[in-house]
Design a protein around this ligand. Structure first.
Ligand SMILES: Cc1cc2nc3c(=O)[nH]c(=O)nc-3n(C[C@H](O)[C@H](O)[C@H](O)COP(=O)(O)OP(=O)(O)OC[C@H]3O[C@@H](n4cnc5c(N)ncnc54)[C@H](O)[C@@H]3O)c2cc1C
Length: 460
């Protein structure tokens, strides 16, 4: 057992001592003579709004959906505990999300645990068995990671994930078989969204090198949505207000909703997902500068989707919580594993890139059947349909207010996140996971960009 005092333990200790860590500088709130509009009530928008309101600004948040939270969305109907339809874990015991949890009085569950089984070579195997199957006593992902750094050390420039896998297969075809390739693609592209032909290994290496948020993956006890409900308390949030246009040409900036309602502001914080920015569904007058447009078009907005299947009885081994598969559904887990006896037999499939693109071509019913078929193959059971009681397909890639799961850096795209994050003329400010140079694709990254943007405005 580790004796290291985790950030969580540290925060608990501080709470016992009555020392609160404040998310926002509450001490010297002075009314500011400025109106700020924040577009989007996801993690980044809510945190930016919270900070700015706390600093005395007149803040209004405009949100397209009938709920807050954006790509975090907890369902409370499937089980007596939340099932996450969007983001599920706090990645790392040092992520800033712990400060937010502390601030709003929420808790997390213990580190997500449980064994893993990998469907490979027509059977479910443990990671060790897989290493034997592959004839390499090394974690396949680690092996690929080593190949990434080796390639970057020996070559200038960038290459795609599939390009590197081609080279590995050419070098040692008996080891790096087509099924090994599929396995790595499923694993890597799930973390970084996008397709294996597009994701650049330079961006991948940067993400590997800058993982600085500690260890472990934790679920929020009452669901991610519970955090945002608390953060939103006291904020002026207009739901059901999709924005169609932002005019920043004059002295006053005008944000127009699709129903024609206008909102004036001194400054506008834009937290629109990269997928929405790419779609052109929000018009800018004047147009955004060309370098910003290049950043928007050249960064990748990868689809990341979930299929959630509720059964009336469990058919998996008691201690196994995660299933990685070479089937399209890619990665499955038990969202209630840490709930002990309260666990309801539910499995979540999590997939991105080409797999998400495949599922998104299907109707919801067909997508659910396709995922169920993958489980039948993995478990060697034809009768699983008999146990299915409820199913959901959450397609973030086609959701009009997301149009993506999370962002990635395509081949040659390093440096574009920095440009996406830059404010324009002290009027337009950009936050959201895609603007984080190191912690994109995460809730804690989005939170940090919300704080960054609030500080940019407060420091003007
Ligand atoms: C399936 C899935 C699983 C994930 N799992 C994890 C995980 O386990 N851990 C983790 O840390 N991260 C995870 N992530 C990533 C995480 O969810 C995101 O990085 C984060 O939530 C993004 O926050 P954001 O504020 O940048 O964007 P969003 O949450 O998308 O917020 C943007 C807001 O803008 C709104 N909007 C869009 N268009 C308009 C418009 N025209 N007008 C007004 N409002 C508009 C949207 O409705 C949304 O509320 C996951 C993502 C997905 C999709």
């Amino acid at each position: 057992m580790s004796t290291k005092l985790s950030r969580r333990d540290f925060l608990k200790m501080l709470a016992v001592l009555g020392v609160g860590i404040k998310l926002a500088p509450r001490s010297n709130t002075i009314a500011q003579d400025e109106k700020i509009i924040v577009v989007g009530a996801g993690a980044s928008g809510l945190i930016a709004a919270y900070w700015l309101m706390d600093a005395g600004y007149d803040v209004t948040v405009l949100e397209a959906r009938d709920r807050i939270g954006g790509r975090t969305w907890s369902d409370y109907s499937l089980a007596p505990y939340p099932i996450e339809f969007g983001a599920e874990f706090i990645h790392g015991d040092e992520a800033i999300t712990w400060d937010v949890l502390e601030e709003v009085g929420e808790e997390s569950l213990d580190n997500a645990s449980g064994d893993t089984r990998i469907y490979y070579d027509a059977s479910l195997q443990s990671p060790i068995e897989l290493a034997f199957t592959l004839g390499m006593l090394q974690d396949p992902e680690e092996l690929f990671g080593n190949a990434v750094f080796e390639w970057l050390n020996e070559n200038d420039g960038d290459i795609s994930v599939s390009g590197l896998l081609d080279l590995m297969a050419a070098d040692d075809p008996s080891r790096f078989t087509p099924e090994f390739r599929k396995f790595i693609i499923n694993l890597i592209t799930n973390q970084f969204a996008g397709s294996a032909d597009e994701i650049g290994i330079a961006g991948l290496a940067r993400a590997y090198e800058t993982e600085t948020d500690g260890d472990g993956d934790f679920r929020v006890e009452n669901g991610y949505s519970s955090i945002w409900d608390a953060v939103a308390d006291g904020l002026d949030i207009r739901l059901n207000t999709p924005i169609a246009a932002i005019d920043w040409s004059g002295d006053s900036n005008v944000v127009t909703a699709t129903d024609g309602t206008t909102f004036e502001a001194d400054r506008v914080v834009i937290t629109l997902p990269l997928g929405v920015l790419k779609s052109g569904n929000v018009a800018f007058t004047p147009q955004l500068p060309s370098e910003k447009q290049i950043a928007i078009s050249s960064l990748g907005a990868g689809a990341v989707d979930k299929i959630i299947l509720k059964f009336d009885e469990a058919f998996w081994e008691e201690q196994v919580a995660f299933f990685v598969t070479t089937q399209n559904s890619r990665f499955w887990w038990r969202p209630g594993f840490e709930r002990g006896e309260n666990e309801v037999p539910i499995l979540t499939a999590f997939f991105s890139g080409e797999a998400a693109a495949f599922f998104e071509t299907l109707s919801e019913d067909d997508a659910i059947q396709a995922a169920l078929n993958d489980l039948k193959i993995m478990f060697g059971r034809d009768d699983l349909g008999d146990y299915l009681v409820e199913a959901h397909f959450i397609a973030w890639g086609t959701d009009p207010y997301s149009l993506m799961g999370y962002s990635y850096v395509p081949v040659g795209g390093l440096g574009q996140r920095e440009i996406l994050a830059e404010p324009i003329d002290d009027v337009l400010f950009f936050a959201g996971e895609a603007t984080h140079t190191e912690k994109s694709s995460t809730v804690h990254g989005a939170i940090e960009t919300g704080i960054r943007v609030a500080e940019e405005i407060m420091n003007l």
